[in-house]
Design a protein around this ligand. Sequence first.
Ligand code: LLP
Length: 435
Amino acid sequence: MLYNKNQYMPVSSGISVNNNLEIGGCDLAGLAAEYGTPLYIMDEETLRANCRDYMLSFSSNYSDVMIAYASKALSVLGVLKIIGEEGLGVDVVSGGELYLALKAGIVPQKIIFHGNNKSPQELIEALQAGVGLIVVDNLQELKNLEEIAGRLQKKASILIRVTPGIEAHTHDFIKTGGFDSKFGIHIERVCDFIEEIKHCNNIDFAGLHAHIGSQILEVNPFGFAVEKMTELIEKIQKRNHLEIKILNLGGGLGISYLERETPPPVAEYARVIGQELKYNLERRKLPFPKLIIEPGRSIVGRAGVTLYTIGAVKENKNIRKYLFVDGGMSDNPRPMMYGAKYAADIVSKISSRKNEMVTVAGKFCESGDVLIKDIHLPAALSGDLLAVYATGAYNYAMASNYNQNPRPAMVLVGQGKSRLLVRRETYDDLTAKQE
Ligand code: LLP
C-alpha cells in the first residue's frame, strides 16, 4: 500500500504485507536482512521522477536549457548512469568526480568542470576529456588554463564564476553568493576580467555562472539572481562588446527534511527562472543565451533513506531517552556540520502512535554525534530498524571512516527488486591504502 504522505519520503514509500515500511516495493526489514545495516537505500522511482520534473519544467519555460546534475551531492556510478539516461548533463568539482562521470558514460560535452582551486593536473584531465565547459573562478586559474590549453593545443570553453552579492536564507556554510564568499569574481569586476580573457589565445569565453547557495526554500532569491545577471549581460555587451552565449544559474533549490518544510515545486522554480529571464532579456533587447541549471540536492535528496539498527536504548532519568544506532556522524555528518534536522520512522511501527520523545545518537566517540535531537517516535526496542529520510544528498558523498568504521553499502530499489550500487566496506578496505 502506498504511504508517501510526507514530502521527505521517497515517492514509492509504502507499507508492506508485513506492516513494515517499504520503498520501491522492497520491505526494509528484508533489505536489512539481505544487506545489513547501516544501509543507504536509493529509490529509482523518485530519482527518475525528479530528473523528469526538471527536464520537463525547464524546457516548458525556456527554449534552450541544459540540466546538469551537481554530482557533489552523490557521485555513484549507478546513480550517474540513471541521471545520464534521463538526459541530464553533470557538474563536477574535481578530477575524481570527472573520472566517475566519464566512467558512468556521461558525454564529455555535457560535463561542466567547477572548483575554486583546480590543480594543473585537473585542468589537464578536463581538457583531455573534452569537457563542455570549465568554470573559471579567478585570475590565476585563467592564466593556468591558458598556458595548459596552449601546451595541449586545445581550446578551453569557459564560463566566469560570478559572485552576484545575493544573500539567500540558508546556513552560513552553504551560502555562496555573498560578496564575502571564497567563490568567484565580484560582479563589479567581471568586465575587467573579460578584458583579460581577450588576451588569451586558447580560451573561448562562452558566458557566466552564478550559484547563490544551497537548501533555499523560496523562489525570490533566484528571480533576483536572474535580474542581476541580466543586468551584467547588458553591461558586458556595452563595455566588452561580447555576446553571452551561456548563462548558468547553478543549483540550490531546497528539499523537505521535516514536515514543516515545504520547498517550492520544481515547476514553480522553473517558471520563475524561465519567465524572469525572458522578461529581463526582452526588456533589454538582449539575445537569449542557453540556460544551464545545476541541481544536486533536489535530484537525489528525497530518493535516499538511511536504514539503521537500534542497539541500546538508554534513559538518562528525567532528562532524555537515547536510541543508539549502528551509524551516525560518519555516514551523515550534516547534523553536526550544519545543525541539519531529519525525520525518521521505525520500520515495523510505521502506523503506530508517535508517543515518545527520544534522541537518536550514533556510535561514534563524540558527544556531538547526535543524528536527531528530540523526535517523536513510537516506543522503540533494541533490534528495531530506524529509517532516516531524505539522506540521498551530501550523506554518502561526505561520509568518512571516523573511528575506523567501514562505510555502509548502498542499494537501488524499484519495482520490488534491489541491487547493490556500492558494496559495504570491509576491515581490509580500512588498511588497503596503508603500507
Ligand atoms: N552548482 C554549484 C556551483 C554548487 O556550488 C552547488 C553546491 C550546486 C550547483 C548544487 O547545489 P544544490 O542543488 O545541491 O543545492 N554539503 C552541503 C551543501 C553544499 C553545496 C555546495 N554547492 C550540505 O550538505 O548541505
